[in-house]
Design a protein around this ligand. Structure first.
Ligand code: ASP
Length: 439
């Protein structure tokens, strides 16, 4: 049994946190591959090392003095090293970083040093081998991740290594230029390593006990989702539920490696298991609820629309011409609605409307803004009868006006459009009916 364990920034923010991490790792023989993030926040107003590095590099790039800023970053590591009573000096690494900053080695290089240095500290503390991710995680010149090249390099280079620390978040181009994933990208590194060493499980340790059924800013103390499929997760993540970087799913998804979200501060909690498929009956009919504010509904009407071949294409062309992607498209006999993000749409609304008129000659177009979309997601919904009915009676009870309904063809989700002002109320109503009352 081999486990890849990734620890997020808050799990590695201080020596205290490092101690918890070591206990977790040593308590299970199979935790052989460790992927650390950079030290995160120790308290709410604290600054993540990654952000300190970006700021420091900006100063260096602008030709300003950056010694103090770099010194503060060094202090963060020194505090950890001292707290763990390690005989380790990062003087050489910091001298190199300083030189590289003066030589303007790049913003991504700068950010990557957070994980790089933390990896060195972690390897020393655990007695594991340090493996520099730049040697095997490949990007092209545009900064796109190259999975095939990476797979070949990683497999070759990790061979024979027993217990290894691979810093997260970065890799390099073939010429050695360091590149990073987008923010939170250590999750992706963990997933790539898990795939390549054929791990049995990818544990992702963070500061919450897994995915929650609903946003804790809206629902007090929501229940934890014990198991979720990749598809359900994708639906919820798209709607704003964040714990794991979205792209972290792809490397392990097709290899049948489950991801287990765990809490460094509560290791006894089982967390959330993310799997391709499961026959485990979900605890509730719904797996989760998530939503986003700020949508516009573009209602288009044309009599006999149903008989006009190509009408939908022409309408969508108007959006495409204006470089706007759409979210949902429920339709009726003589009507169709295109839901778009208000932010993208607002500045171009008149161009889009005139394009729709020109291309599709509808009878009318009506715009309704300030809408929210709420996704009620669950693999259990397919088999349960009356799920939609329960959702809508709960919403009616809460006096929420439903402006749009769209049930995904997979029956995995029901999307509801409500006014922004009703957003929280609607989520609460759906949560209560399925989770609190467990009907
Ligand atoms: N340290 C990076 C960030 O703050 C990457 C990560 O933590 O996953 O975004």
């Amino acid at each position: 049994m081999i486990k890849v364990v990734k620890f997020g920034g808050s799990s590695l923010a201080s020596a205290e946190q490092f101690k918890k991490v070591k206990e977790i790792i040593t308590s299970d023989e199979s935790r052989k591959f460790v992927v650390p993030s950079a030290p995160g926040k120790r308290f709410i107003e604290d600054i993540k090392v990654t952000d300190m590095l970006y700021e420091c590099y900006e100063a260096a790039e602008a030709g300003k003095k950056f010694d103090d800023k770099l010194e503060n970053i060094k202090k963060r590591y020194q505090e950890i090293i001292d707290g763990l009573q390690l005989e380790l000096s990062l003087d050489n690494q910091f001298a190199q970083i300083k030189e590289d900053f003066i030589n303007k080695k790049g913003r991504e290089y700068a950010a990557s040093r957070g994980e790089y240095l933390n990896g060195i500290v972690m390897a020393e503390y655990l007695g594991y081998t340090f493996f520099d991710a730049a040697l095997a995680i490949r990007f092209d010149e545009e900064g796109n991740f190259l999975p095939d090249e990476t797979d070949a390099l990683l497999t070759e280079q990790l061979e024979g290594l027993e217990r290894v620390v691979v810093p997260g978040f970065y890799g390099a181009q073939e010429d050695g230029t360091v590149r990073t994933f987008s923010r939170g990208g250590s999750d992706i590194t963990g997933s790539i390593v898990a795939k390549n060493i054929h791990a049995d499980i990818y544990e992702n340790w963070t500061d919450v006990s897994g995915f929650l059924v609903a946003d804790p800013r809206i629902i007090r103390d929501p229940k934890v989702i014990t198991s979720i499929t990749y598809r359900e997760l994708r639906e919820l993540a798209y709607m704003g539920a964040t714990v794991l970087h979205e792209d972290a799913i792809f490397p392990v998804r097709n290899c049948g490696i489950p991801i287990n979200i765990r809490n460094t501060n509560a290791p006894e909690d089982e967390g959330t298991l993310i799997v391709e498929s499961t026959c485990r009956t979900p605890e509730y009919t719904i797996t989760g609820i998530a939503g986003k504010k700020g949508f516009v509904a573009v209602h288009i009407e044309k009599s006999m629309m149903n008989a006009e071949v190509g009408f939908g294409r022409k309408v969508l062309q108007a959006f495409e011409e204006n470089n706007i992607s759409f979210e949902h498209m429920p339709s009726g006999i003589d009507t169709m609605t295109v839901m778009v993000q208000q932010e993208d749409f607002q500045g171009k609304e008149q161009q889009v409307m005139s394009a729709i008129h020109r291309l599709a000659q509808p009878d009318s177009i009506e715009l309704v803004g300030d809408l929210s979309l709420i996704a009620v997601v669950g693999r259990g919904m397919k088999a349960a009868k009356g799920t939609a009915g329960r959702i809508f009676s709960a919403l009616a009870h809460a006096r929420v006006n439903v402006r749009m309904i769209d049930q995904g063809s997979s029956e995995l989700n029901i999307i509801i459009g409500v006014e922004n002002d009703d957003f929280e109320k609607a989520i609460k109503a759906v949560y209560d009916i399925f989770v609190e009352t467990q009907l």
